[in-house]
Design a protein around this ligand. Structure first.
Ligand code: FES
Length: 143
């Protein structure tokens, strides 16, 4: 989304992304906006929008779980506040049970993967303003 925010110096635009009735309280919905995945969440009747891509490894957050204003990523369970896009919990690391009993090639491969994953950071994600008009939800971009 930063690409759009930085590349276009225009007045804010509002794009219709959903109807109010499309997203029940406590639910989320993925919408496509100009090629990007945006998550719209209904938190107690109020709507919020953030990038629908985890700040860790890009998983679709809308496939995770929303409790209150916190969405949990379905991949490694990092958590983000849908009202701000701020990360509130780091991903969980997975331990492979009995890894020492795997064939040596597999152990070497897992060790290599671990060295690749270890420096990966988890970032806050972009949030967006929404406007409700009647039954329509509009996403504001370029602001
Ligand atoms: S991709 Fe979301 S926590 Fe790893």
């Amino acid at each position: 989304m930063r690409r759009i925010l930085q590349s276009v110096k225009e007045e804010p635009r509002f794009i219709e992304v959903a109807k109010v009735g499309d997203i029940e309280k406590g639910k989320m919905k993925n919408v496509q906006v100009e090629g990007m995945d945006i998550l719209i969440a209904n938190v107690d009747g109020k709507f919020y929008a953030i990038d629908d891509r985890c700040g860790h490894m890009n998983a679709l957050l809308s496939m995770g779980k929303l409790v209150g204003n916190i969405v949990t990523c379905p991949f490694h369970f990092a958590q983000f506040d849908v009202t701000s896009g701020k990360k509130v919990k780091e991903p969980e690391s997975e331990e492979i049970k009995d890894a020492d009993k795997l064939p040596e090639d597999m152990q070497n491969y897992l060790s290599y993967v671990e060295t690749l994953i270890e420096p990966v950071k988890t970032y806050d994600i972009q949030s967006y303003k929404l406007k409700i008009e009647g039954n329509k939800i509009f996403l504001m971009i370029n602001a």
